[in-house]
Design a protein around this ligand. Structure first.
Ligand SMILES: Cc1ncc(COP(=O)(O)O)c(C=O)c1O
Length: 390
């Protein structure tokens, strides 16, 4: 196992000055090899491939570590400020101006088995705040596909939200709060709370892309300590693309690094939902990447649509539904590497990444040796709700 790293990151000045509150461990989330993922016999015409995993599911001491804590590290300074400015709902056309004191309640939303909401609820505990979680029954197909719908709605992440003491409100399909929670935020204000809205997945938050721009620098620092063959860096980075700012932040961070060290690392965002077409996600990710890019010291036009690479072939039948091939991937990964994936995001990403490896889809890169990084973004707590399928 590689030794844990505690190397200070060499962030560019503009980036280093952005307020940041530590939620993750002071060491980098580990990167380790996945030797069993590479096919035993590679044809001489195919590049040599090595695959590693970066364990964002081991990144923080807070509950159910996953990719949201990294994003929240850049949002907490605003939450704790005396006059938070990014607390309003993203769909409200007239943001109401700063809160008149630090936040008292974190409010957010997600699907019934949302991992994001659990991380917000745990953060609220850590900061001594309340959490109000809106769970949408109509989002995705997980609940529809569940044989035991009652169990789906009380186990997995729902159970953990309750353990964390969050107030959970379940929204039916078509509930106006599913589009704009402003009336709820107004009600909380009227009752004396200072509510801070965090958009689903934290992606539409103006600071939501910074965490994964920082992760790009962490990965580059870890590469320095590893003995990677070929280019000596990760040439391809596979990660889930849901609400989009994980991919967007990585794209911005790696672009900044490209400016600094001349190395190109390609991020492949694997989509996990067929609800919206690929170009909808590309546009969103591009916007998140540009927004993060400007904050860390690049220009918006430094990032173009060519930097956004998404793959929609592994979405399955619906968001939150574990298809047979992703289920098989989850089992293979568990039974060969002893690593457990989640049923909604990382099983689909690993399936996509393994497809690229098996089918030699890197051939066009022109490289003889290719280093692949799979980012495990967490989410295993949802597995209990999928006990009737896996
Ligand atoms: C486990 C896990 N992986 C990946 C993602 C996708 O990240 P993003 O919403 O930033 O695209 C999520 C989002 O909820 C998640 O819970």
């Amino acid at each position: 196992m590689p030794k844990p790293m505690c190397v200070p990151l060499q962030l560019p000045e503009a980036f280093a000055q952005i307020p940041h509150y530590k939620i993750l461990y002071p060491i980098s989330s580990p990167i380790h090899p996945l030797p069993s993922i590479v096919p035993a016999s590679v044809s001489p015409h195919q590049p040599l491939i090595s695959v590693h995993a970066k364990r964002e599911d081991h990144s923080s001491p807070l509950a159910c570590a996953g990719n949201k804590y990294r994003k929240l590290e850049y949002i907490v300074p605003d939450i704790l400020s005396d006059t938070p400015i990014y607390h309003y709902h993203e769909n409200n056309p007239t943001p109401p101006g700063p809160l008149t004191g630090p936040a008292t309640t974190l409010v957010t939303e997600g699907a019934i088995q949302s991992n994001h909401t659990v991380q917000v609820a745990a953060l609220a505990c850590k900061l001594g705040l309340k959490a109000l979680i809106l769970l949408h029954r109509g989002t995705g197909g997980g609940l529809r596909a569940a044989q035991d719908k009652e169990a789906f709605q009380r186990s997995g992440n729902v159970q953990i939200n309750h353990i964390l003491g969050a107030e959970v409100r379940v929204c039916e399909e078509g509930d106006p709060l599913a589009c704009d929670a402003t009336p709820l935020l107004d009600q909380l204000k009227a009752s004396g709370e200072n509510p801070y809205w965090i958009p689903g997945g934290a992606s539409l938050h103006p600071l939501g892309g910074l965490g994964y721009a920082r992760a790009a620098f962490e990965i580059a620092a870890q590469e320095e300590e590893m003995e990677l063959g070929g280019s000596g860096q990760f040439d391809y980075v596979f990660v889930a693309c849901g609400s989009g700012s994980t991919v967007g932040g990585l794209v911005a961070g790696f672009k900044m690094l490209e400016r600094m060290d001349g190395k190109t690392r390609k991020v492949i965002g694997v989509l996990n939902s067929p609800t919206q077409p690929q170009d909808y996600h590309e546009e969103r990710v591009l916007n998140f990447a540009k927004r993060a890019a400007v904050l860390i010291g690049l220009d918006a036009w430094d990032i173009s649509i060519k930097d956004v690479r998404l793959d929609d072939r592994f979405v399955g039948s619906a968001y939150g539904v574990l298809d047979d091939q992703s289920k098989e991937t989850l089992e293979i990964m568990a039974r060969t590497e002893g690593m457990v994936l989640d049923p909604v995001y990382t099983a689909k990403v690993a399936r996509g990444m393994m497809h690229w490896v098996k089918e030699g889809e890197f051939s066009s890169s022109g490289l003889n040796e290719i280093n692949v990084l799979f980012i495990h973004t967490g989410g295993q707590a949802a597995l209990g709700a999928y006990a009737d399928v896996i």
